[in-house]
Design a protein around this ligand. Structure first.
Ligand SMILES: O=P(O)(O)OC[C@@H](O)[C@@H](O)c1c[nH]c2ccccc12
Length: 249
């Protein structure tokens, strides 16, 4: 079984035993607006299918350290490969708006994102296909959440760009089947999209030059996980690159 097929199975098992989500008590904010002209989304990511990223980084320490520089947080809630937890959402929320990152197959997961206090939810086009991705994105919007529709190829990006509404595209540099990263490919997709739809660029980002490139192509932001988990102080350089680009473009 490949990675995505295994993840699907694991989600089904989780859903079969998941209690109903808590009633939402946290305020809901417009995730896209929170990114401003260009924002850095810092991801709390303890592990990935490649192995442990970092376990000795407490969530509160991470959120508190990055708060002055990040526009928003992304938290992984998938427990088996990413060591995620839904409770990271309310932990991050007092600091910044929150994107819930998981492998969403079912509306119930969007209700969970909503209940725990997320402002945006990831929907992976390649995981669920066009019809389901549209349906989930629509449902998220109905609850007031921003759907971040993740794509990793030009064809899916162009298709999702026509959906309208308040969706945001997440152009993933990482191919989810092979886990290979190509920032160049993400940039090519971004160039082809320019102006049509709000988008962010995700995965494998660690350098100010990459942030600057994304910003110059009018991305709404970048999402950075591993590099910030390993070295949270890096966000100062990334933020500096973003600010100088915004002032010049
Ligand atoms: O750690 P990185 O290379 O900065 O990547 C972050 C993020 O893009 C990555 O965690 C991610 C992108 N799409 C996903 C889908 C599910 C889980 C995780 C992801």
């Amino acid at each position: 079984m490949d990675f995505l097929a295994q993840v699907k199975k694991a989600v089904e098992l989780r859903l079969a035993t998941e209690p109903s989500p808590p009633a939402r008590s946290l305020p809901l904010v417009d995730f896209s607006k929170a990114l401003g002209e260009f924002g850095i989304i810092a991801e709390y990511k303890r592990a990935s299918p490649r192995g442990v990223v970092r376990l000795d980084m407490q969530p509160w320490a991470y959120f508190a350290m990055l708060q002055p520089y990040a526009a928003a947080f992304s938290v992984l809630t998938e427990p088996f490969w990413f060591l995620g937890d839904y409770r990271f959402i309310p932990m991050a929320k007092p600091f910044k708006p929150v994107l819930m990152k998981d492998f969403v197959l079912d509306k119930r997961q969007i209700e969970i994102a909503y209940g725990y206090g997320a402002d945006a939810v990831l929907i992976i086009y390649r995981l669920v296909g066009r019809e389901k991705a549209m349906e989930l994105a629509e449902y998220a919007q109905r609850l007031g959440l921003t759907p971040v529709v993740e794509v990793d190829n030009l064809q899916d990006a162009k298709e999702a760009a026509t959906w309208g509404g308040k969706i945001m595209l997440g152009i993933n540099s990482r191919d989810l089947a092979t886990l290979e990263v190509s920032f160049h490919k993400a940039i090519e997709i971004a160039k082809a999209l320019r102006g049509d739809v709000d988008f962010i660029i995700e995965s494998g980002i660690s350098k100010p030059e990459e942030v600057e490139k994304a910003c110059m192509l009018y991305a709404k932001g970048v999402l950075v996980g591993t590099a910030l988990m390993k070295n949270p102080a890096l966000i100062k350089e990334l933020r500096h690159a973003a600010e100088s680009c915004v002032s010049r473009r």
